[in-house]
Design a protein around this ligand. Sequence first.
Ligand code: PEP
Length: 249
Amino acid sequence: MLPLIAGNWKMNTDRASAVALAKGVAGGAALHKQVELLVCPPAVYLSSVAEALAGSGVALGAQNMYHEANGAFTGELSAAMLKDVGCQYVILGHSERRHILGETDAAVNKKTLASLAAGLVPIVCVGELLAEREAGQTAAVIRRQFEGSLAGISAEEIEKIVIAYEPVWAIGTGKVATPEQAEEVHADLRKLLIERYNERFAATVRILYGGSVKASNAGELLAQPNINGALVGGASLKAEEFLGIAAAG
Ligand code: PEP
């Protein structure tokens, strides 16, 4: 499987800088064929970024969606709308959505099922808070989020899903998990996949690490056997740094 290096631009950039950043990533993509590159700009810039990426092989994703197909859901976007503007991926259950906006496992689960039904690849995020890690609850939290967010996903569907492990204490803090800390949780996630499906299906699922990844620490993280890519926030806002992470893949 090709490692996936995904950039989550969050609520950053304006249209001009989003297009410039996309062009910067697209311009370097040909040198990094050993990974799949993905950028996830703010939803209002998806179309402009899609144009800037055309023909580059860099994939486009959204940062969130709603599970309903259409109707009276003011301010929300459906999976079909995201597909319509060129998205192949959608990030779901990011810790900022879970902890700032109150998104539950049940909501993430509905979104995951709807994204798959529409032909989008969901990147389903899980991760523990610092207090949970310190209380020795990491494995239990990951299991709960895995079971809740991925309830009712068939073996065929699991092959189309990407999981991202993002310890909340490492997101945007500069405090990266050690490769051993990250690998321990990734190996637990792989075991959960094997328990629920089987070895063959579990082996097809890419499990990304996210949390203060940059070009200088990406190599040792991506060298771990169960780390199949990175979900990158801050460091994805500079094309050169993002491509530096791709080079480590
Ligand atoms: C993220 O937004 O998913 C993330 C991991 O952010 P950062 O790389 O800035 O820690």
